[in-house]
Structures are given as structure tokens and as C-alpha cells.
Write a protein that binds this ligand. Structure first.
Ligand SMILES: CC(C)(COP(=O)(O)OP(=O)(O)OC[C@H]1O[C@@H](n2cnc3c(N)ncnc32)[C@H](O)[C@@H]1OP(=O)(O)O)[C@@H](O)C(=O)NCCC(=O)NCCS
Length: 262
């Protein structure tokens, strides 16, 4: 059967809504409105004959490409659909000037890890998805008064992207939406940054040089929260993860961050 890849369309929503839970991220399925507004422009759909067979959502930030989702219809797996979607995404990223690409994956997802490894990606660090209710913050250590949380300007955002190896432009372009906020923490210098999606709700990336800086960031984000619960991606930071878990936060799953050259 012929394999084709085309840009996503709003009417692909029912397929997306069925495929999205196969990522097993624990996240709610984005609404039709969110799909149309935020996902369709970044998504490719694979077709086997006329049948939708999978999707890949990927973003471009300057010279960095970020694969966000990849799902193949179960009945179509092991037929080259996943590789074909990534080949297409790779070509689009290169054409857009990307030099590297990245993806997150659960380490026990053998199929996905093998696929990404075969495309030259390697594991950079471990991450934990940490979930909690905002009231947990009252049980966590208070941040020291030497730290303050604030909204960084353009120059500070570029500095933070460089310091924390974030895709260039990720922070600069993030808060064009009302429900997305960038907050940084500073003491003597910049000591952390978070990109907070209030409606999601969650912060990713969330980077802090110390547990103290992480607490300051969380206190800075809390007034922006619209929901009682919260999710953080804690990257390569066992100290913060342990403090959160000891206070009662949950870690529904762990994953690894992989990167490769394009
Ligand atoms: C991961 C996934 C997208 C792969 O899609 P696919 O169309 O089956 O993959 P392909 O047929 O293109 O296979 C490409 C390579 O992946 C690896 N692979 C795929 N399935 C595999 C499996 N079951 N076991 C081991 N390796 C596997 C192999 O290296 C394969 O290359 P090969 O065929 O030359 O051996 C698919 O399994 C899927 O949708 N899984 C559920 C959602 C998910 O986990 N997405 C990834 C989130 S990070």
C-alpha cells in the first residue's frame, strides 16, 4: 500500500484524539480547538492508501528541532511508517536551518528508543514528570529572601536559553498566548527559568540551579495558576525530585531526553 505524508488538517482531530493517549503521558487529550490552533500547523499525518496511519508533531526553534509526538496506528506498526514520518520531519527541519534535533522518550519504550538511536540520537539526561497540588508548596522549604522571581526581558531570555541549552527562541516566542508565562529567578545572577502553561497546567522546561531557586520559581508561578494541580518536568535534578517526592509529589513516569545532529 502506498505510504504518503501530508500536513495535518483540522478534520484529522478524531484520529489525533485516538492516537494521543498512546503516548501514555497521562496528559488530557487536547481539545479540538487546541488541536486546530496549536497542533495542526506543526503536525504531519501519514496515510497508508487513504487510511490515516500515524502522526508526528515537531517544532522548529532557530537551529533546534524538537519532535514532540510520534504515534503510529497499532495495526500499521513495524511497516516503516514511524521512520518515514521522522524522515519527513528531519528534511523539513534541515530545510528550516536546524542543525540538531531532540526528543523525549521513556527509556523502556524499546521501539521508539531503537528508532531514535538508529537516526543518530543519544541520551543526554534523565527527566521525571512530577505532579502535585499547589497546596504542597506550603509544605516545601520557603525560598531564601536573596532570591526573587520575575518576568525576564528579551536579552535575559536569550541568556537563559543559552545557559540551560534550551532551543534558541523557545522562551522568546513562548508567551504570545495569554495562558503561557515565562518566569526566571535571580539572586546574584540568573539562577533558573520556567515556561509555565497555566491551562495545561504545567511547567516545561523548568530549570533551577538549586532547590532554593526552584522554590523561588514555584512561588513566582503560583499566582499565575488557574488550576489546583500542577506538573513539572524535573530534568537531571535528583535533589529537587527528592524534595518534591518527600513532600508528597507523585512521579507518574520518567523519561530520557535524546538529542542528535541533523
Ligand atoms: C515508536 C513507534 C512510533 C514506531 O513506529 P513504527 O512505524 O512501528 O516504526 P518503524 O516500522 O518505522 O520502525 C523503525 C525502527 O524502529 C525500531 N522498532 C520499531 N518497532 C520496534 C519494536 N517493536 N521492537 C524493536 N524495535 C522496533 C526498529 O529499529 C525499526 O527499524 P527496523 O524496522 O529497520 O528494525 C510506534 O511503535 C508507536 O507508535 N508506539 C506508541 C507511541 C509511542 O511510544 N511513541 C513514541 C513516543 S516518544
Amino acid at each position: 500500500m502506498t505510504l504518503r505524508i501530508r500536513p495535518a488538517r483540522p478534520e484529522d482531530y478524531p484520529c489525533f484524539a485516538r492516537w494521543f493517549p498512546m503516548l501514555e503521558s497521562g496528559d488530557r487529550v487536547p481539545s479540538r480547538e487546541e488541536w486546530t490552533r496549536a497542533f495542526v500547523p506543526e503536525t504531519s499525518i501519514a496515510l497508508l492508501g487513504e487510511e490515516p496511519a500515524g502522526y508526528c508533531r515537531a517544532q522548529v526553534f532557530g537551529t533546534d528541532g524538537y519532535v514532540r509526538h510520534l504515534v503510529v496506528e497499532p495495526s500499521a506498526r513495524r511497516g516503516g511508517v514511524g521512520r518515514a514520518l521522522l524522515d519527513r520531519v528531519q528534511a523539513s527541519m534541515r530545510a528550516a536551518g536546524c542543525e540538531r534535533w531532540r526528543i523525549n522518550v521513556k527509556p523502556d519504550n524499546t521501539a521508539a528508543v531503537r528508532l531514535y538511536t538508529s537516526l543518530g540520537m543519544t541520551v543526554q539526561h534523565e527527566c521525571a514528570s512530577v505532579r502535585f497540588e499547589w497546596v504542597l508548596l506550603d509544605a516545601l522549604p520557603s525560598p531564601s529572601e536573596a532570591l526573587s522571581s520575575f518576568e525576564p526581558d528579551g536579552e535575559q531570555r536569550r541568556a537563559l536559553e543559552s545557559t540551560y541549552s534550551l532551543p534558541m527562541g523557545q522562551l522568546s516566542t513562548a508567551d504570545e498566548r495569554d495562558d503561557v508565562h515565562v518566569r526566571a529567578v535571580r539572586g546574584q545572577e540568573l539562577e533558573g527559568v520556567a515556561l509555565f502553561y497555566a491551562d495545561f497546567p504545567g511547567a516545561f522546561p523548568f530549570r533551577a540551579d538549586s532547590v532554593d531557586a526552584a522554590m523561588s520559581l514555584l512561588h513566582g508561578i503560583r499566582p499565575l495558576a488557574t488550576q489546583p494541580s500542577m506538573g513539572l518536568v524535573v530534568e537531571n535534578d535528583m535533589a529537587l525530585e527528592n524534595v518534591m517526592v518527600d513532600a508528597g509529589a507523585r512521579v507518574p513516569f520518567r523519561f530520557v531526553h535524546m538529542r542528535g545532529r541533523l
